[in-house]
Design a protein around this ligand. Sequence first.
Ligand code: SF4
Length: 369
Amino acid sequence: MDKLVQGIDRVYIHKSSLNSSVVERFFRLFPREKIETIEDQPNTKSRGALSAREFDQSKRQVLITEFQGQFFKQCPGFKPGLICCNYFVLNLGLQCNMNCSYCYLQSYINSPYMTIYSNIDAAISQMRELAEKYPDKAFRVGTGETIDSLSLDPLTLYSRHLISFFNEFPKWTLELKTKSDHVDQFLDVNPAGNTVVSWSINPQNIITHEEHGTASLEERLSAARKCRDKGYQVGFHIDPMIWHPGWKKNYSDLVNEVAKRFRPNEVAHISLGALRFVAEQKDIMRERFGMKSFVTNAEMFPSKDGKLRYDGKLRADMFDTLLTLFREDSPEWKVLLCMETPETWIARLDTNPRHVREIREFFQPLPRS
Ligand code: SF4
């Protein structure tokens, strides 16, 4: 907790959030001189992208405010040209206190703060409305799109609210996705079996080189084991796979490490994704991480959805290598390709995922609210 508090220089609290539980908690955890109450909502609409320095600073300043819009959004993978495992994202904040070289938040954040939305009650009400409107639907909801699901959770305790809500709706699934090892704050909440805590993982050399300020591989896998032992489902995203000299050996060691610690029936899913980013973030990445990063100096090509990706052969080699390793260990591992084109899906899994019985339900269209 001390490390989290020390990593934040300033906390701005909008007056509309003063009575929220999260603000009450920040007042308890932070020295008074770090906290400032503000009257006006900062206007970020008219400003352009942040400079590299402002982006770095935004990771050390928190703004707590109410979110005024619709909390729910369909997953960004739901786009022409991509096959996506069709779920909803619930954004409870914007920006992250960790620092990955490839982070897509670099492409669009224009606010000089790490924003935490204080009105989680409104998010829960919106989910309740949806649950009542579609009682037979099995919604899947993830919270890790614009903020890591758990890295700030010891400060907000939002996981506890969400897990308790999802316990009321056993058909729904909650996915908490993280690169931190912050799980102790919710492990005493009994899960109904429909919360999946998932980790984005990479070989340790890639974590050290590209995923600054995140938990080590050992810490992530140990946290996953703790969750599993408490009855939570766990998942892994080997994503983004990053090419580097020796990548086959390092990713093979990673698969072995997962297989050594978990059996396939203990892991809800493993998704694979290769490095991708939008061209707009190239400059800021280079300015922030230089050219020694395996991400900034990668050779990338535009794909149909507008993102830059490795060329098709390398992606195919990466997916084949990992799929083969998992299949050789056991055909029971549930491995998916995330945010990939239909061509890659069909070539690598020999079929369109909508036709795979075990995972078909992930791809059923959900009603638009
Ligand atoms: S953990 Fe996720 S959100 Fe945070 S910096 Fe890394 S990629 Fe970005």
